[in-house]
Structure formats: C-alpha cells, structure tokens
Design a protein around this ligand. Structure first.
Ligand code: NAP
Length: 413
C-alpha cells in the first residue's frame, strides 16, 4: 500500500481522498479514551472488510483538552488547530470545558478558529432503542445549526460592570432604548453572509441526500432584524442559488394545489416554538432544518431525545475548509476509564465522516451492523436499563459485536 497522504481539495471544493489517508483524531477527556478506542475498532473493521485492504486510515493523534494541557500547558494548542487545518477532516471525542480558566469552551474555540460554520446533526431512529415517541421511526431529520454567531458570539457584559453600564448608557441616550437598571447585556449578531452560507449548505445537503424539504426555523415574529432576517436571507439564497431545484411552500399552495412538483425541494419556514410542537406531532413533515445557533442548540438535543438520547446522536462541525466529526454528549467523567459508556454517538459520527469522505459503503455497513447489534439486545448500560431482557455489554464488547457483524456480512457475500 502507498504511503499515507493528506486529503486535498480542488478549487471548486471537491475533496480528493487518497486510498491510504491520514485522519487526525482528538481522543477527548473523561470517557473519551473508551469511546474513541471502540470507534476506531469499528471504523477500521468496516474499512478493512468492505475495501479488502485497498483503503486504509492512518490515524494521527492530536493533543487537545486534558492531554494538550499536560503536554503544552494549553487546552487547545495552536499545533492541534494547524494539524486539523492541514488534513481537512478530523474526528474528536468530548472535551472538558475548563472552568474558570479564561476559556469559554474548547468546542467553541475549535469552531471559531477553523470557521466550522455548520453544526450538522442527523436524527434518525435506530430500531430497538427506547424512545418516548409512539412512532420514532417517522423521524428522519438533519439539523444545520449556524455555529459562528447569534448570542453565542460571546459579545456580552456582566450586570453592573462598567462595560455593561457604558453600553446601557449608549442604548438609552442614543438609541432611546428602555432598559432595566443594572441589567447584564448580550448582543445577538446575525448576518446575511453567514446565514446564506449555512442555508446554502443545508440545501446542498438536501439535494445530495434526497431530502424533500428544507425548513428555516426562526423566531422572526419577535426578533425581526436577526431571526426574521435569517428567514428572509434563507429564502433569498434558495432563490438566487437553487432557484431551478427549489420551490417555496407558499408557491406549492399558490400554483401547485398543495402538492410539490416532482424533483423540487420545498423551502418553508416555521416559528421556533411551533416547530417544537410539530416535531412531536408530525415529524414526518420535516427533513432538513436550517436555523440560527441558539434554536439549533435546543432543537438538536430535543430531537436526539426523541430517538433515544445523546448517547446515540452523531454530529459534525463543517466549514468550507475543514470538517470535524464529534460525539454530541460530554465527557461523562464519573464513568471515565470504566469501559462502560455507550460509544454509538462517536461511532455514528465516524460513519458520517466516512460518508463525507465518499467511503459510503463502509459508512453504511457501520450503521447497519450497529443497528443489528442493538436489535439483538447487546447494549451498553444506558440502554440496558431501559430495554427489558437485554444483555448489558461494556463499551469495547459493543464495538467488537459490531465488527463481528461486519465480518459475518462480508463472509456471507
Ligand atoms: P455529559 O458528559 O454528557 O454527561 C451527562 C450524563 O449523560 C452522564 O452522566 C450519563 O448519564 C449520560 N451520558 C453521557 N455520555 C454518555 C454515553 N456515551 N453513554 C451513556 N450515557 C452517557 O454532560 P455533563 O456532565 O454536563 O458534562 C461533562 C463535561 O463534558 C463538561 O466539562 C462539559 O463542558 C463537557 N461537554 C463537552 C461536550 C463536547 O465536547 N462536545 C459536550 C457537552 C459537554 P447517567 O449518569 O444517567 O448514566
């Protein structure tokens, strides 16, 4: 096999993935090492079995979080960011947010430094996983959450601070705003540029993956110039860049008798609070959802709960230059090193990564064999405590069972 190489990108954005490819990984803190070992076992097993040795991943460890701090005194060393930038695609376990160390969140740092502007969370039911829904199998959505702005931009001042008072004085005297005395103040920037690139990537995803609609989720009835503008700019980019393949929901009713024309993706919008009702009552009506940062944070976890919780939910942060695939839960420190927790979130994020690399056969095999392992009742403690008659396995046993399934499937071919 040839020497391992980096992924490269053509000027038009097309990825070139060598058969022997270098992929950086951040193991993560707490239970990170357990779930990372399990994930690596499954991904390597799938790639080996599906491509018969023709394709291989050479993993390159990147020190960040606790390991980064131990080795360099920095939680997110510059070298870690440079390595991910160079290799373009990476995978990471959960990272502890250092409390009171002057860093808001390592994940936010990673997203901002690498301009990973879309947080992508597919939400699909794995049969057999306990769910509070009557028909969780009707859920097949992908959330595109804007990652770089909104109230998460970190432009805020503590109540009573000189900065907050200065901003409040300006707002009162120059902008005639009514503000309560001594309020903490946060700013909510939402821009046309960042909205349009997010919505464009959501529509592109819907086209590439056969989703029938893209819903713009917003609270524009109240926050007209931020959330309302998000909605307006979303419709604008759909028309400007995807006018030949999209149709608005209004036009579906106005011109097509309420039935979307074949081959067209419907662009619609929903007020955020109403969408929270509809994903419970009529989830089958939604495919891709594009939304600002805060709404996206809430709805991602709500939808994950509807299909069995964060332990099963994969995710990725994707920009124009780099993509980082990650477990969506935290470090679960009380279980660290016990080989106990559910590695499915990171394994399914690994499958998303294989899809992104164009190694979709291996990705499909990972998803199929993970689902079969759950269906057989071999599950980690979190699911075992909810599934009567199941057999509790540890994190590494769960991974080994998936790989055994992959081998059996290949032998049967
Ligand atoms: P957490 O680590 O997600 O854990 C909360 C609870 O969720 C656990 O006690 C466990 O529930 C369950 N859980 C989490 N991961 C699981 C898994 N893989 N399998 C089964 N159950 C799992 O949340 P946290 O305790 O709030 O946060 C701990 C640290 O993680 C913090 O430093 C936080 O900042 C960080 N964090 C990082 C990320 C990230 O890197 N993306 C995301 C969120 C939080 P039971 O106790 O009921 O078994």
């Amino acid at each position: 096999m040839n020497k391992a190489e980096s992924i490269t990108k053509d000027p038009d954005g097309k990825l070139n993935v060598p058969d022997h490819v270098i992929i950086p990984f951040i193991e993560g803190d707490g239970t990170g090492s357990d779930i990372w070992k399990a994930t690596r076992t499954v991904i390597d097993g799938a790639v080996e079995n599906v491509y018969g040795g023709k394709r291989r991943i050479e993993w390159k460890e990147v020190d960040a979080g606790g390991k980064g701090y131990e080795k360099t005194g920095q939680w997110m060393p510059r070298r870690a960011l440079d390595t991910i930038r160079q290799h373009m695609v990476a995978i990471k376990g959960p990272l502890t947010t250092p409390v009171g160390k002057g860093i808001r969140s390592l994940n936010v740092t990673l997203r901002q430094e690498l301009d990973l502007y879309a947080c992508v969370r597919p939400v699909k039911y794995v049969p057999g996983v306990p769910s509070p829904m009557k028909h969780p199998e009707n859920i097949n959505m992908v959330i595109f959450r804007e990652n770089t702005e909104d109230v998460y931009a970190g432009i805020e001042w503590q109540a009573g601070s000189p900065e907050a008072e200065k901003v409040a004085d300006f707002l009162r005297s120059e902008m005639h705003a009514l503000l309560p005395e001594g309020a903490g103040i946060g700013i909510k920037p939402i821009s046309a540029k960042n909205t349009k690139r997010l919505v464009a990537s959501a529509i592109t995803y819907a086209i590439d993956n056969g989703y029938p609609s893209v819903t713009l989720m917003h609270k524009g009835n109240i926050m007209k110039f931020t959330e309302g503008a998000f909605c307006t700019w979303g419709y604008e980019v759909a028309k400007e860049r995807f006018g030949d393949i999209t149709v608005t929901e209004n036009d579906v009713y106005r011109h097509y008798n309420g039935k979307p024309p074949a081959g067209k993706i419907v662009i619609k919008d929903r007020i955020a609070d109403m969408l929270f009702q509809q994903i419970l009552l009529r989830p089958e009506e939604f495919g891709v959802i594009a939304t600002p940062n805060l709404n996206g944070d809430y709805i991602s976890d709500a939808l994950a709960a509807q299909v069995g919780g964060l332990g099963m939910a994969p995710g990725a942060n994707i920009g124009d230059q780099c993509a980082v695939f990650e477990a969506t839960h935290g470090t679960a420190p009380k279980y660290a090193g016990l080989d106990k927790v559910n590695p499915s979130s990171l394994i399914l994020s690994g499958a998303m990564m294989l899809d992104y690399m164009g190694w979709d056969q291996a990705a499909q095999r990972v998803r199929q064999c993970l689902a079969e392992t759950v269906k057989c009742g071999n599950v980690t403690y979190d699911l075992a405590r909810q599934i009567q008659g199941s057999c509790e396995v540890c994190c590494s046993e769960f991974a080994n069972a998936i790989v055994e399934g992959i081998c059996r499937l290949e032998d049967a071919r």
